[in-house]
Design a protein around this ligand. Structure first.
Ligand SMILES: [Zn+2]
Ligand SMILES: [Zn+2]
Length: 190
């Protein structure tokens, strides 16, 4: 009998929203540099209004051409308090500025959480800002996954983009949320 490995990121992913935003692109940045400039200016405006204590000028920003799984991510280094917000060029390219700016505000909430509490999640301290900042908790995914890992018991779902160990042998893993067994579903292609 094989030992089970707990798949711990199920809980964070239970609600999934497809970002099928079809907003047409207007006269918006066409280079990484221009996108970074606009992003920083937007973040500074939002922070000035809502997070006056957040040292926005200390945040490091990057636009990555490799980032594909989510439109954005915020990293925190507890040893020096450094916050880095990484954004996906492909998300901007496929969704346009309006949706992308929502991701910027989403990540800004995480930056504020890290600054205030030393940790970040999509819980209560996140939730209270989503209306004011006109962003969402989960609208971050922009690439359709190839597979879904589905829990038989709690219906938790996790996207997978590559044929990972879990995709190959789901029987060796259990749901991090409820301990239930997992199955793999091929995602419908579009
Ligand atoms: Zn988030
Ligand atoms: Zn489960």
């Amino acid at each position: 009998m094989s030992r089970q490995t707990t798949l711990s990121d199920v809980a964070a992913q239970r609600t999934l929203t497809e970002c099928a935003d079809t907003t047409k692109r207007d006269n918006t940045p066409t280079t990484e540099r221009a996108l970074l400039d606009r992003t920083k200016a937007h973040a500074a405006d939002v922070a000035a209004e809502h997070f006056p204590d957040l040292p926005i000028e200390a945040i490091a920003w990057e636009v990555s051409h490799r980032r594909q799984r989510s439109a954005g991510a915020t990293k925190y280094d507890p040893s020096n308090g450094e916050i880095t917000i990484s954004l996906a060029w492909d998300a901007y390219d496929s969704q346009g500025w309006e949706q992308f700016s929502s991701t910027v505000r989403h990540e800004l909430i995480h930056a504020w959480q890290f600054h205030e509490f030393g940790e970040a999640d999509h819980g209560r301290t996140f939730d209270r800002w989503t209306d004011a900042l006109d962003t969402t908790q989960y609208c971050k995914r922009f690439k359709t996954p190839t597979w879904w890992i589905v829990c038989e018991d709690c219906d938790g779902q996790l996207p997978r983009y590559r044929r990972s160990k879990v995709v190959k042998q789901p029987e060796n893993y259990s749901c991090g949320n409820c301990g239930g067994s997992l199955r793999i579903e091929e995602a419908a292609s579009e």
